[in-house]
Design a protein around this ligand. Structure first.
Ligand SMILES: Nc1nc2c(c(=O)[nH]1)N[C@H]1C(S)=C(S)[C@@H](COP(=O)(O)O)O[C@H]1N2
Ligand SMILES: [Mo]
Length: 202
């Protein structure tokens, strides 16, 4: 029997090009990570609000957000605790669609994303526009479970996953950056996994 060298092992330590520095492939596992107790949020009570520096502060109910033009993301996610997952599919609505309704003002440069639990995380507005962020409710064809942020979470997959607020309740547009929960506790304000922006100062 002939076995090609490098077939069963990826060429003796060759890195998967999808893996940012310092990350590993979690395979089939999808770890659950959050700071607060897992809430159980009924879709009847769920709302999503865009406020702050916008022309039209807007709140969507569950039925209203689900009626918007659908969009999806297919690709990878990267947690700062070093696991990455490849080839996930999330379905929801593009943040661009939501911002279009609210009308960001010219001085809006940052957002604070909020959760129904009180969790917050900050992002530059360029990181949530032009097809880079979503509010999502399905993952790999099934509704998000409570532990993964259901009924809906923010998804900003090109940044470390702590920016993807579970149980998302809205975005507040701001002129100045205002740190969220993990950022006040030492994590990076931007969190680009390809630049390994894990902690403040990285
Ligand atoms: N509301 C809320 N969202 C959160 C967090 C949290 O503590 N609370 N943790 C973040 C972190 S650190 C990570 S890695 C991901 C984990 O998402 P998962 O549990 O679906 O893998 O959620 C992010 N969103
Ligand atoms: Mo994380």
């Amino acid at each position: 029997m002939a076995i090609t060298r490098g077939f069963t092992r990826r060429g003796g330590g060759e890195r998967d090009p999808r893996l940012p520095p310092g990350q590993h492939d979690a395979g089939d596992d999808w770890p659950v990570l959050h700071a607060e107790a897992t809430p159980s949020i009924d879709t009847d009570r769920w709302t999503f609000t865009i406020d702050g520096l916008v022309d039209t502060p807007t709140t969507w109910t569950w039925d209203e957000i689900r009626a918007l033009p659908p969009d999806h993301y297919e690709g990878d996610i990267h947690c700062v605790t070093t696991w990455s997952k490849f080839g996930m599919r999330f379905d929801g609505v593009s943040v661009d669609t939501l911002l279009e309704a609210a009308g960001p003002q010219d001085d809006a440069a940052f957002v604070l994303a909020r959760s129904h639990t009180g969790y917050t995380t900050n992002l530059p507005i360029e990181d949530i526009t032009d097809g880079r962020a979503w509010v999502v409710w399905d993952v790999d064809g099934a509704p998000l479970t409570d532990v993964h942020g259901g009924p809906a979470r923010l998804l900003v997959p090109h940044l470390y996953f702590w920016k993807s607020a579970k149980w998302v309740s809205g975005l507040t547009l701001l002129a100045e950056d205002e740190q969220g929960f993990w950022e006040r506790n030492g994590y990076h304000d931007r969190g680009d996994p390809w630049l390994e922006q894990r902690y403040q100062g990285d």
